[in-house]
Ligand binder design. Structure first.
Ligand SMILES: Cc1cc2nc3c(=O)[nH]c(=O)nc-3n(C[C@H](O)[C@H](O)[C@H](O)COP(=O)(O)O)c2cc1C
Length: 203
């Protein structure tokens, strides 16, 4: 059965993770629902060569061309598009990944403040007891950030910071990106060989 995965990009550093994750989910034949905050769009433009246009329809068209996929495979929703499937438990996705997750969005999600579609979709995923994966990016963390992460972890949310390891043998930045994306795909039970696994590398 096709998995439906919601991917949200917020305004924290880490756009290359988002693009690699979207690519891999599409390759794995998932149906992907994508939402990006306005700060997320700024980060995307600063960290990649993709400059997302303003309307969700235009973003949809651009990403469909970028990933060579159809809108049945990748749908894009606006931050205030309350009629989107992700806004309701009656058409809940199988899982949601907030990648990267800003400390602002982390706080809103931890406190159930559903002022935009990203936070509402996360709220819905949690209330429906589906898997929510948060990829929080900040350094160092304040006690408030850590408390918000603990609050979510206690609700069975997976807190997956983008902390690549180096033991697998790193030759490029892409290897570091792939390490993190591989851990996200593992949490989604999506088979992948993006990064060598512990014990599999020849010495
Ligand atoms: C280029 C850039 C990088 C940023 N990086 C981070 C970051 O790594 N972590 C973070 O919490 N906020 C970061 N911010 C600040 C957030 O974008 C800001 O707090 C914003 O209000 C988050 O809103 P959102 O969660 O709705 O996207 C960054 C902002 C910019 C413009």
């Amino acid at each position: 059965m096709i998995k439906t995965i919601t991917v949200a990009m917020t305004g924290a550093s880490g756009a290359p993770y988002t693009l690699r994750l979207l690519e891999q989910l599409l390759l794995a034949d998932c149906h992907v629902q994508f939402i990006c905050s306005q700060p997320g769009q700024i980060v995307m433009a600063m960290e990649t060569n993709l400059k997302l246009p303003s309307s969700p329809q235009q973003i949809q068209q651009q990403l469909n061309e970028h990933f060579n996929c159809t809108q049945d495979q990748l749908s894009v929703y606006g931050l205030d598009q309350w009629t989107a499937p992700v806004a309701s438990g009656s058409s809940v996705a199988d899982a949601m990944v907030v990648c990267p997750c800003s400390m602002g969005s982390l706080a809103s999600i931890a406190h159930g403040i559903s002022n935009n579609l990203i936070h509402r979709a996360a709220d819905v995923i949690m209330k429906e007891r589906k898997k929510l994966i948060i990829v929080p990016r900040e350094t160092p963390f304040s006690s408030l950030h850590l408390e918000n992460m603990l609050k979510l972890s206690n609700q069975d949310v997976i807190i997956l910071p983008p902390n690549p390891a180096f033991y697998q043998g790193v030759e490029s930045i892409q290897d570091l990106i792939d390490f993190v994306v591989s851990r996200i795909l593992d949490q989604l039970n999506i088979e992948n060989k993006l990064s060598p696994r512990w014990g599999q590398k020849d010495d």
